[in-house]
Design a protein around this ligand. Sequence first.
Ligand SMILES: [Zn+2]
Length: 142
Amino acid sequence: MKCPACGNAEMETKIKDETLFYGGQSMTLPTMQGDFCPACGEGLWDEESYRRYTEAQAAIVRAVKGEVSADIRRIRKHLKLTQAELSKVVGIGKVAFSRYERGETKPPTPLVKLLRLVERHPDLLAEMSPAFNSHQAELSSQ
Ligand SMILES: [Zn+2]
């Protein structure tokens, strides 16, 4: 079979490991089979390998999303705040925040980074919202 991309070379059937990367995670699929072009690198997975590839892709996306939303929930509980309180502090809508926690929407990366920072330095909460000074005093007295 001629390469569908460049048309210049015969595709070669190869078996190899394919690694997927998503959101800082990786997953390696062993013995994936497909036809590859030695000239341009174009590749077509065979039916079985393609099915495994798409399933793995969905799984890694689910895993990363689930991990991030679990993280947000854990941090919020650690700070002893309700969704309404924390969403107010970081300045996003309560509905959006609850979607992030349930994993329905992918939270913006800056928000996740900010929350991880606040988790390690809870006193930053007070600076972000003066109204939380009293709450903060309560946290640090524990
Ligand atoms: Zn080619």
